[in-house]
Design a protein around this ligand. Structure first.
Ligand code: PSV
Ligand code: MN
Ligand code: MN
Length: 389
């Protein structure tokens, strides 16, 4: 039997890869110390979509944009979805926000007070209404709920309240709609978080039913966590629903994916390729904020970083690897993986873009287009929309 041409394997795989960009990546953002305002920042959700469309225009790989409610609240969601289509993209996951209203200081869906829990669930149900209006299939849930001090509240009761709230929202999901439950080890709660790890998320998803799946945010783990193990486990269990890609040096840094540890990103993408899951219902999203770098070029870079890691993962000679693994040949197995990782895939990606009628260098093409200058001039007045609004 002849082996398929590796270049064809990579190109076919990459053509099926789609990366969703987040509306909040295009707005001003910062740390708890400072938000650095930039020029040309979108003033409305429509302008965020227009910026996201630029990323798709030059990469051909980012056809959807995630919304965050209430940051992206509009009167007419059907109109927003129609505008997205006109721009050549679509609305992706609807991200809920039950972490900024002061009522949620002691928790949202796990709050000891029923009135507050009801308010949180009402917001989540509103997000499903927005999915109906926009045609989005994914509801993304991240809860900041947790405790700062031992004894502050009952750990087990909070799990019961969480399960009850999730059930109410899950039962409201329509045909083809999913719930993606994100976990995070710590922050803003420091002693205990109500959904701290993939195991907790997974257990709730299994209890809920097949429309619930885990979202892995790559920045939400303890240092040194083997994320590709989590990926492999959840894929095997059929419960990996989505990624929130970003990079971290310390905690939830939300830096450009593939910038801090490209090797980790390769290892993650290898598990995806190994499971033939590149085009199989996993939402590959970015969850990033570009505080000190220009937004659209940073998102372009991020999309290209995921493409490069995926190309390298697709280059792994899986037959040879399996044979070496079965033979117990430790060094050969490792070498096969590293050979793929150490390949310069940039020429191949340039070729792939040229095949698709795109500029081989998306960043240069974007720079030449004059879009950046145009939005700086057009958006000189008005308030920026978005982050923390
Ligand atoms: C907070 O940690 C967070 O970064 C989560 O990762 C969410 O996905 C994101 O905010 C948007 O709500
Ligand atoms: Mn996230
Ligand atoms: Mn985060």
């Amino acid at each position: 039997m002849t082996m398929a041409n590796p270049t064809d394997v990579v190109k076919t795989g990459l053509r099926s890869l789609q990366i969703e960009t987040p509306s909040w990546a295009y707005g001003n953002s910062g740390t708890r110390f400072k938000v650095f305002p930039q020029q040309g920042i979108p003033r409305t959700p429509f302008e965020k979509i227009s910026d996201a469309a630029q990323v798709h225009l030059y990469t051909g790989t980012a056809p959807s944009v995630a919304l965050h409610i209430p940051w992206d609240r509009v009167d007419d969601y059907e109109g927003l979805a129609a505008y997205a289509r006109e721009q050549g993209v679509r609305i992706g996951a609807i991200n809920s926000n039950v972490f900024q209203d002061p009522d949620f200081m002691l928790g949202s869906v796990t709050n000891p007070e029923p009135r507050i829990r009801h308010k949180a669930v009402k917001h989540l149900l509103e997000c499903v209404d927005i999915m109906d209006a926009t045609g989005s299939t994914d509801l993304k849930l991240w809860f900041s709920d947790g405790l700062n001090y031992p004894g502050q509240d009952d750990l087990r009761d909070r799990q019961d309240r969480l399960a009850e709230a999730l059930r109410e929202v899950y039962d409201r999901l329509g045909e083809g709609q999913r719930m993606l439950l994100e976990y995070k080890l710590f922050e803003p709660a420091f002693y205990a978080t109500d959904v701290p790890d993939w195991g907790t998320s997974y257990a709730h998803c299994v209890e809920l039913g097949p429309k619930a799946a885990v979202c892995i945010d790559t920045g939400h783990h303890a240092p040194g966590t083997n994320i590709e193990f989590i990926v492999a486990f959840l894929l095997r269990a059929g419960r990996l629903g989505a990624f929130d890609f970003n990079s971290r040096f310390y905690a939830d840094d939300d830096l450009m994916v593939g910038s801090a540890d490209p090797f980790q990103l390769f290892r993650i993408m290898y598990e995806i390729v190994r499971a033939d899951a590149l085009a199989g219902g996993i939402a590959f999203m970015l969850d990033q904020c570009h505080n000190i770098e220009p937004k659209i070029p940073a998102v372009l870079r991020s999309v290209m970083n995921v493409q490069e890691a995926t190309a390298k993962a697709l280059l792994v000679d899986r037959d040879a690897l399996r044979a070496a693994q079965r033979a117990g040949d430790v060094l050969a197995s490792n070498a096969i993986l590293m050979d793929a990782y150490n390949t310069d895939v940039r020429p191949l990606l340039a070729e792939l873009r040229a095949d698709a009628g795109l500029d081989p260098d998306p960043t240069a093409a974007y720079r030449r287009s004059g879009y950046a200058e145009r939005i700086i001039a057009e958006r000189a007045d008005g308030q920026q929309a978005g982050w923390g609004a």
